[in-house]
Design a protein around this ligand. Sequence first.
Ligand code: ADP
Length: 348
Amino acid sequence: MSGGIRFDSVTVAYDGNVVLDSLDLTVEPGEVMALLGPSGSGKTTALRAVAGFVRPASGRVFLGGRDVTDLPPYRRGIGMVVQQYALFPHMRVEENVAFGLKAQKVARGEIRERVALALEMTGMAAYARRRPRELSGGQQQRVAIARALAIRPDVLLLDEPLSALDARLRSDMLAELARLHRELPDVTILYVTHDQVEALTLGDRIAVMDRARLRACGTPRELYRAPADEFTASFLGGANLLPVTVGEEGVFLGGRRIKVSGEAPGAAATLCVRPHLVGLGDGPNQLAGTVSEIQWRGSTHRLCVDVDGNRVMADVRELKDPPAHGDSVTLHFAPEDAVLLAAGVTDD
Ligand code: ADP
């Protein structure tokens, strides 16, 4: 039976410092949950609490509906892959992959079969006799994944598995992981990353962590389109966050009236609009300002425009004749492309 993961108010502290604060989170069976957040926000600690390498100060961890809080790691039946591969250098690839199975005393014939299958799934069948030092970083990580899959885990924990790889390999491996997930739809995956592209690409849902706490949880689309707070908005995809006042006459940015669809959270709010949804030239919600910075990014230009002391970013299709620093320009955005957030929630 495949199992999901449930954190029930899990708190972890080191020397009295709370590094994971009352985490409540459920990962459904077969789901990929990306745990996304900056370094030090508690992601790895959460993952280690599932693996059994840290003991919560309070709260419970459930796997497949079963309370495993008091079980040692080896009895949790979990596959785990970390950033630094952690292969045994003196063992051949096939021995590395067989390691967990031998520890579980799986019959020899079955070990052979499972190792072969895991190596095939990860595209490493041709390398079974090599030793780790004879492999590239990407290949070593594939072996680490094969080793985790060989034990046929219900739950796979991945901790920044791609961050030691260069950009090109990272993107290939991301596609590989997506393929593996399609081939193993029953395996529940908790994927720790600080990289929003990995989270958006792989996560069925994303849990956003900030300073030991869960900030938001939702599908990539939900969190991107309608982020719950300023932290989520800026961490996931980058955003213009502009202070506005909300009254009976409408929503005002400085002296300008702005049209926004959706509810206002209060009299002071933050207008959130993604840079690629801000256009150059006339249109709805027109903002006049001065170019303070312009960056050419290949297919787009990023304009930073000073609008009455607010910095507004616009990512526009590459311009033949881009404006220069100090030029006056007009920006605009559609009412349905902006959302209003509660002001200053990040600084509580
Ligand atoms: P993330 O994975 O989001 O980068 P971690 O969960 O690794 O964050 O760490 C969260 C906080 O806990 C950090 O401040 C880190 O320094 C601290 N921490 C992690 N492991 C230990 C440990 N074994 N002893 C003391 N502090 C730790």
